[in-house]
Design a protein around this ligand. Structure first.
Ligand code: PLP
Length: 395
């Protein structure tokens, strides 16, 4: 483990938990057989896949047979939406929010190019989905409604159960991208009418390259990857056994520690957020603090660039993020903050801190010590920041 880094970018990816690494290692070393093989050496691996499936299903309140392993959250999102469209050729409309991850939004763009109609549901300035607009958009021609369980940038949690009901009233299916929610908040699919749910191992302390898709029992599912008979014939390709075992163990750990971790991580997040808002003038939280993941805060430091803040934080080995990992790298402001109508002066200066079970109060104290002087300095360097500070009567 890299002990020097203060890692507060857990919505981008997480550290593999030591217990998870222990569980998966034998399947990279001693037990490397193909689970589809007739011989005992390979075949014995199969029961570990089924064990992992049961562990994952328990975390989300599903039946093991409703859970298909995939390669990542993106594959799960794509597979769910495409399956719904292929299974009902008369319905050529999709409804998705403006704040979905590119794993959904980029697919929607491609679907539009192919002649499908996509309705994008707006959000308000806190990032809450406008349910009235959503109700108007879902019609008897809608094949699927896709709304994320929780947003990767703001941490906002959405009323997915309620939205699933709205979709069903029109005979449409409902998919939720729960990549950021699984392992962080309780999920009990038995109590919902959700048809598809996507998740990804690397967001809950399993490695990258393993994901899963929940497909409600009895639902017709069209294969996304076509080939062999793996995963009940629903997802071809030799199983990523070590990844599957890792995801199962990570799910088991999340289920065991969810209650205590949620409280502890939220307290650390609130400590950081309150401290930063107190010590940095013209800072504001983006999102809806009343309904948020316990680990996420997205704060805009007005009149300066988020990237400049990140580079200076990086000098102190603090790893945070501006916007989502997928959008950073370009200086385009985040599509989520744009959809929320965050003012220009705040949009470019947003930083996302996303915590996990391994963060400590000492780490939050380090950020609270280093960040306010960085913000002050960058404002002094920025002509816009200086002018605005003067007009606010500050030096
Ligand atoms: N959906 C959300 C909300 C995400 O945050 C991410 C990753 O950041 C994905 C989907 C994509 O998941 P993966 O990286 O496993 O493809």
């Amino acid at each position: 483990m890299n002990k020097n880094v203060v890692y507060v970018d857990n919505n981008a990816t997480t550290r593999v938990a030591p217990e998870v690494l222990d569980a998966m290692m034998p399947f990279l070393t001693d037990f490397y057989g193909n689970p589809s093989s007739i011989h005992t050496f390979g075949g014995q691996v199969h029961k570990h896949i089924e064990n992992a499936r049961a562990q994952l299903a328990a975390l989300i309140g599903a039946e093991p047979s409703e859970t298909i392993f995939t390669s990542c959250g993106t594959e799960s999102d794509n597979a769910a939406i495409l399956s719904a469209l292929e299974n009902d050729l008369r319905r050529r409309r999709v409804v998705a929010t403006r704040v979905e991850h590119p794993a959904v939004l980029s697919l929607c763009k491609v679907l539009q190019q192919k002649g499908y109609h996509v309705d994008y549901v707006p959000v308000n300035n806190k990032g809450q989905v406008c349910l009235d607009a959503l109700c108007r958009m879902v019609t008897d021609d809608t094949a699927i409604v896709s709304v994320m369980w929780a947003n990767n940038e703001t941490g906002n949690v959405y009323p997915v159960q309620e939205i699933a009901e709205i979709a069903h009233q029109h005979g449409a299916l409902f998919h939720t991208d729960a990549v950021q929610a699984v392992g962080k908040v309780p999920i009990d699919l038995k109590k919902t009418r959700i048809d598809f749910l996507s998740l990804s191992g690397h967001k809950l302390h399993a490695p990258k390259g393993i994901g899963a898709l929940y497909v409600r029992r009895g639902l017709k599912f069209n294969q996304f990857l076509i080939g062999g008979h793996q995963e009940y014939g629903l997802r071809a390709g030799t199983e990523n056994v070590s990844g599957i075992v890792a995801l199962g163990r990570a799910a088991q750990l999340a289920a065991q520690h969810m209650d205590e971790e949620r409280t502890r991580v939220a307290a650390l997040r609130d400590y950081l957020e309150t401290g930063l808002l107190k010590s940095c003038p013209d800072a504001r939280v983006n999102g809806n603090p009343a309904s948020r993941l316990p680990n996420t805060t997205n704060i805009s430091f007005e009149f300066i660039e988020g990237e400049a803040i990140l580079l200076r934080l990086n000098e102190f080995n603090v790893a945070a993020s501006s916007g989502s990992a997928c959008t950073s790298g370009s200086l385009e402001p985040s599509h989520v903050l744009r959809a929320m109508g965050v003012p220009q002066t705040a949009m470019h200066g947003s930083i996302r801190f996303s915590l996990c079970r391994y963060n400590t109060k000492e780490e939050m104290d380090l950020i609270l010590e280093k960040l306010p002087p960085i913000v002050r300095l960058l404002r002094e360097l920025s002509p816009y920041g200086r002018e605005t500070a003067k007009s606010h009567g500050r030096p």
